[in-house]
Design a protein around this ligand. Sequence first.
Ligand SMILES: *[C@@H]1O[C@H](CO)[C@@H](O)[C@H](O)[C@H]1NC(C)=O
Ligand SMILES: *[C@@H]1O[C@H](CO)[C@@H](O)[C@H](O)[C@H]1NC(C)=O
Ligand SMILES: *[C@@H]1O[C@H](CO)[C@@H](O)[C@H](O)[C@H]1NC(C)=O
Length: 979
Amino acid sequence: MASLTYQLLSVTLALCAVHLISGYSFRNCIEDPYPYGQSFKCILRKESNLSAVIGDLPQTAVNLTITINPVWHIPSMSFVNVTNLEYLRLDHNYLRKIDPFAFQNLTRLKSLNVSSNNISQLNPYVFKDLHNLTYLSLTNNSLKQLPVGIFSTLLNLDTLIMRQNFLTNFSGIAESVSHLPKLRVLDLCFNNLTNLKHSNASLPKSLTTLYICRNNLLTLGCHQSFLGFIQLLDLSYNPRLPTMAFQGVDLSHINYLRLRSTSVKVVEFLNISNVNAGSVDFSGMGLKNDTLLTELCTSLKGKVKSIKRMGLSNNGIKNLTNYALQYCPTITGSLDLSRNNLKSTGCFKFLDKHTQIKSLNAEHNHITSLQSCKTENMVYLNHLEELSYRYNRILSVNAYAFSHTPNIKTLKLNINTISFLHRKALKGLKSLEMLRLDNNLLTDLFNDTFEDNVNLQTLNLRNNRIAVIFNGTFLSLRNLTTLDLGGNKITHFEQSGLDGLTSLSKFYLDGNNLKEIDTSLYRVFQDTLTVLDLKSNQIYFLHKVTSSPFMNLSKLSDLKLDGQRPHGLSVLPQNFFRGLHSLKSLYLANNNIYYLAPDAFDDLTNLTFLSLESCCVGVAQLQPGIFKNLRNLNILSMENMGIQTFSKEVFGNLTKLHKLQLNRNVMQSIHFEILDSLPELHYLDIRNTPLSCTCKNHLLQNWTLHNRRVQVVYLYNMKCPDDNQHNFYNFKTNVCYIDLGEYLFLSTAIVIFLFTVTPLLYVKLYWKMKYNYYVFRSWFSDQWRRLREQEENCKYDAFISYNTSDEQWVIEQLMPNLEGNGSSFKLCLHHRDFELGRDIVDNIVSAVYSSRKTICVVSRNFLTSEWCSLEIQLASYRLFDEHRDVLLLVFLEPISERQLSSYHRMRKVMLKKTYLQWPGSDCTNPTQAQELFWNQLRRAMRTGSRFETEQNCSEGREKEGRTEHVDARTSDENYYLLP
Ligand SMILES: *[C@@H]1O[C@H](CO)[C@@H](O)[C@H](O)[C@H]1NC(C)=O
Ligand SMILES: *[C@@H]1O[C@H](CO)[C@@H](O)[C@H](O)[C@H]1NC(C)=O
Ligand SMILES: *[C@@H]1O[C@H](CO)[C@@H](O)[C@H](O)[C@H]1NC(C)=O
């Protein structure tokens, strides 16, 4: 009763709740975790109506991202219900219309991004309320001009980006930003500006960064001091901008000027401008040969003593002779030679006047090999710390290739075609901290390849063709913390292949061909390793038990085992994760695990992230208690695991779980209590599951709609599994509530009634119940009515109930005497008249009811046969309860009281009824006695319901001493005599 009350109460509460409480799911947005209620992303929705996208967001929203949606219009007052917004992204939609008061009330907004839309016009008041805006991007729209005063209230604006529009009128732009006291960055690249003419407006003093690249500037045309405060000026890719445009323009504050792909002649320009020559980037200025470079250097030399940053990229330089930079002021910082056509760097002989250089960039050239640089009159770049050769065509790196740059800390040789790295190539690089060799064609590493790189911290060898790690390869790398061997063809390590890596913390081995986890190798760094990536290897297990390969990795916090090729891990052995007490993240996704032991995760007490996505298709059901020790788990992904059902015990102890992904599984229902009992759950994804829209999910539906804590991702888009017209969130459940109440009442009433009455009935009315049961059954199989009808017509005169052992008597004696021999009774005999294929019980019931009488041929065998007793029961029921006397008893053999006593129903019948005793052959005059017997039987059948018991053969029985039973009856008042 308690549970009934509880259920009814919760149903009532639920019904009330529909109108009072709003839930925690959003139609088109997903709430980011931490802190809750502040950050929302509404991405890739098919909704074009903005208010439908954000209509259900809470007032607390601070960050809002609405992108890749077909939204085209922002009506006025769209955000009045989310006035706490600080960051608003509306990029990559189809916006073309923004109403004048679209952003009204967003007084706290700091950042607004409406880039990549189709806006061609803006209302002058559209940004009126955005007093706190610091960042505004209008990139990639169709703006041709700006209305007057559009930014007038944006007094905190720091960055204004208007790239990729069709702006032509610089004057208007200057006007609109001139009074913005905090504007620092203005980006006008990719527009149609032809000049920088401006009326009286000046740029704000705060503006230091101005991008006007990729326009169509023909001149500058601005006031001399107009650019006086600019520090970074990008005028690149204005192909028709001439040198003379800069005549008289004050560029004295510039510390970085880009003039690439303009018509500016660099030497001429340096002569007419007051720009600091060291601030100009000479990239892309056509300085492709020694003559032009020498000319530039000479010019520079007269102006500056040293140069910090020399940009010479994109100049088409094929070859740098030793003289090319000889006349330049000393380069003290970086030299950028990227994106030229250099075939070789020739041990940097061209830098013999610039040995102070710290960083050198030779990326994107045509270099094919790095030669040996250990010769007599070598230029030593002792200050060089950073050297990059990325994106070349280097095939071979020869011995002592870096002898002239002994102090480099960062060396980038990645994205080349290096297949030969001489074992002495890296000789002498004792200061090297980071070495990038990834994305090459290396097959072998020698035991002395890294011999000198004792300070190396990061070694990236990803995406090469290394198959085996030989003994001693990393022996000197005692300071290495990160080793990336991912994407190779490693099948195994030699026994001391990893020796020496005593500081290793992050070890990436993903995408190799390892078949097993040989942990004897990891002994070297068992106390330092934090990340081990074994993703996408060929590891698999056949046995459910192995010793834990990770036993001693006491600091391991991140383990990836996802996506083992080609068929997955198969089995996750028991104890597999034993000892990983520090593990925080575990990735098991995309494996074909078919068995997950219930104690698989028992040691992972600090785990916060577990991904089982597509790990175990076919596991179907998770073992109760499988997550029992994961008390710190935050995020659990069980996407696409083939889960059909799970019990509450599965999630028992996940008290910190906040994100649960159950999407793409096959369960048809979930008990909401299971989810409700996870105290920290805030994010639940159950999309793409066949959760049925039936009453078994009505409590779940109610919970998803009305709980105030858990966000159910895109709840309002979940369809009913077999009916895409209807949604899970609003399938009709009122029928469930009514049915439930009624059903609960009725079922409880019935149960109580049955519990009270059944024992009584059992004691009193066992046989009647049994009879009723059969009757009930017949009735159900639509037989009952037919039986009643048949009874009226009485198909048979008598149904003969007998045991097969008495069949001979029935056939030889009974049948001829009743059916033939002058009398023509119609008898029903089971061996002859029962319908084949019909249930025996039905046959008996039918026979009893379609016969006027039931003659029981009683013998000892008859009494022990169950079906015969059933026939007696049925007939005697008619005798006692319907008061239709149908029963005739014929005793084939004398049966003593003692023998009858266990058949008390029979006894009761005998007490009420008279019976006939068959005069056996032991009678004194059997023929006469039998003749009398048949006469009496015929008369009893033909006439009334009662007949007299005849003492046909009393002497015989007396003689045999078996008469007690019958004699007793002689004086009994229960004897009925024929009238
Ligand atoms: C909102 O977005 C900004 C910028 O992306 C980020 O710095 C900030 O932490 C975010 N705030 C919240 C509450 O997510
Ligand atoms: C803001 O909230 C009010 C009251 O809940 C509602 O009537 C109005 O339509 C909402 N406005 C928008 C733009 O969502
Ligand atoms: C929105 O702004 C209008 C006018 O500026 C003001 O009257 C109204 O109270 C503001 N509403 C909210 C919710 O701040």
